[in-house]
Design a protein around this ligand. Structure first.
Ligand SMILES: NC(=O)c1ccc[n+]([C@@H]2O[C@H](COP(=O)([O-])OP(=O)(O)OC[C@H]3O[C@@H](n4cnc5c(N)ncnc54)[C@H](OP(=O)(O)O)[C@@H]3O)[C@@H](O)[C@H]2O)c1
Length: 195
């Protein structure tokens, strides 16, 4: 199978890449690493990605920044980080990606822990948004296309970043070491904040 993996250099993406390597042809994409550079916050960039890859059998998206912080201090611009970076970014990949899939192909999006967690209102809402999109979109896909959301728990490798937000949660090792190199086509990463 030809699998497009967006976010292939990340903690989750590199584990997925390692799991698929050898069994499938994996095309990696990311903001500044991989076979293709793409900015999932841009329609034009995602359209260009699929124009470059041509038809694929599966699309996996493991991207998405979110805002972590207390509700009392949260501003709409903080909340927008997850809306644009994670929810709409993954939805954008799915919307354009459905037309790039061969019959029977699949789209896999990435949510996260779905229990309410302190200081993670943005993450909780955005993950629920991805879930809701997937549930409804699954009914409308044609040609045997499938869409799923996976919900990994916190990765052991990500504990230095996310650990303080997930007290009491058991982490899992990603087993994937990122070997991504900067995309040769990129002069510099797109100027998009990633949290
Ligand atoms: N890490 C965890 O413990 C964990 C647990 C559950 C769920 N998740 C979810 O899994 C997803 C990935 O998390 P992660 O921890 O693996 O993130 P990460 O390590 O920060 O990696 C993010 C990946 O996404 C790419 N990316 C970032 N912004 C992008 C953009 N605007 N356009 C295209 N690609 C972009 C990065 O590419 P470059 O390297 O090229 O910049 C990188 O490959 C997120 O939705 C997160 O909520 C993570």
């Amino acid at each position: 199978m030809k699998v497009l993996l967006v976010g292939a250099s990340g903690a989750v993406g590199s584990a997925v890449a390692q799991a698929l390597a050898g069994r499938h042809e994996v095309i990696s994409a990311g903001r500044s690493h991989g076979d293709h550079c793409v900015d999932v916050t841009s329609d034009a960039s995602v359209e260009a990605l699929f124009a470059a890859t041509g038809k694929v059998d599966a699309i996996v998206c493991a991207t998405g920044g979110m805002f972590f912080g207390p509700l009392a201090a949260m501003r709409p611009t903080d909340f927008d980080i997850g809306l644009q970076g994670k929810l709409l970014g993954q939805v954008r990949v799915a919307l354009f990606g459905q037309h790039a899939l061969n019959d029977g192909g699949s789209i896999t999006l990435t949510t996260g822990i779905d229990e309410p967690i302190l200081n993670a209102v943005n993450a909780s809402a955005v993950n629920a948004g991805v879930e809701g999109f997937v549930r409804a979109a699954a009914m409308e896909l044609t040609r045997g296309l499938r869409i799923n959301a996976v919900s990994p728990t916190v990765m052991t490798e990500s504990l230095p970043v996310y650990g303080p937000y997930f007290p009491g949660f058991e982490s899992v090792p990603s087993k994937g070491a990122s070997t991504a190199a900067p995309c040769s086509a990129c002069k510099s990463p797109p100027p998009v904040a990633h949290v």
